[in-house]
Design a protein. Sequence first.
Length: 341
Amino acid sequence: MKRTRLTLGFGMLTAVLMLLVGSCKKDKSENTAPPTLSEVTNLSARTTPLASVGYGEWIIIKGTNLSTTSKVDFNGTLAADSLTYADETSITVKIPANLTDPINNPITVTTKYGSATLNFKIMQPAPVISSFDPPAGNPDDQVTIKGNYFKGLTGVTINGVAATVVSSTQTEIKIKVPTGVSYGQVVVTTPVGSVTASKTFGLKHIIFDDALRGGWSNTSYSSTYDMTQNVIVRRGTIAIGHKFTVGFGAARFRCIPTFSTTGYTTLKISIYGGPGTAGKKVRISVTPAKSTYDLVLTEGAWTDYQIPLINIGSPTAIDYITFQEFSGLASQIYIDDVGFY
C-alpha cells in the first residue's frame, strides 16, 4: 500500500511538470506571421521617417514580425550579419558602402516566415574627381577622368559644353574633348549631383605645347635644352628636354610684346623630374619682379602644376617667366604644356 501511494505521487508530480513545461513553451512560441516594412529612420531621430539615405549609413527599418530576420538585402547587396540587429518591430542595420544603383535601392527583409520589400532611395555619395589625364588636349582627343561614385553618369562637360562619353564605370570615365573646346572646367554629373574638378583643363594662352607660341622665345641660361625631344612627352609629340648645367640654372621664356595677364588667373606647367630630382625644387619668378613660388619635383613622373597668379604676386604684365633650379643640383627635367588659364 505504501509503495502504491509513492508511485501515484510520482505520477502526479510528473503530470504537473509536463503541464508547466507545456505552458512555458506556449508562452514563448515564435511569431510565425510574415514580416511587414513601414518606414526607415536614422539612429539620432528614431521617430522621424526618412525619404532617403546614403550608402554606408546606419538605419532603423521599422515594421512588424521582424525578430527572426535572417538577411537584409539592399537591391542585391546583403548587409553583413554582424551589422544587423533585429527585434519584433525594428531592424538596426548598416547599409553596405557600395550598392547596385546610384539612387534606387529597395530593401528586402527575409525572416523565418517570409519576406517583404520596401521601395526606398539609398543614394551613392556625390561624385568625386581625383584627376584627369591628359591635362590639356584638342577636340576629339580622349581624356580619362578618375574618381569615385560615377554610377548612373548623366553627363560630362568641359567649359560648359557636353563631351561624348566613351565609357564609364564607378571610378573612371573616358570622354572626347568637345568640338570648339580647348580649355575650361571639367564637370561630372550623376543623379545625385555634380562636381567640378579642382584643376582646369587645357590652356587658354599657350607658351609651349609642341612648340613655342604667341610671341614667346627661349632665353634659358646655365643650361642646355632640346626643344624637339620626343622620347619623354606629356602630351602630343614634343616636349622640352632641359638640362641644368649648374645648380640654379634656369629655363626662361620671354614674350614680345609684353604679355598681359588680364583675363587669366592661373599659370600651368607640366614637369617630368629626371634622375635625382625627387623632392628637389624649381622656383618660379617673373619680370618685372613679383613674388616667387616653389614647385617640388617628382622623379621619374610627370606632375601637372597649376599655380594661381596671386601666388607669384598677381603680375599684370610679364616680360620673362623663369623656372629656376633651386636645390643646387645640375639635373635634367622635361617641360610640356606651359601656359595660362
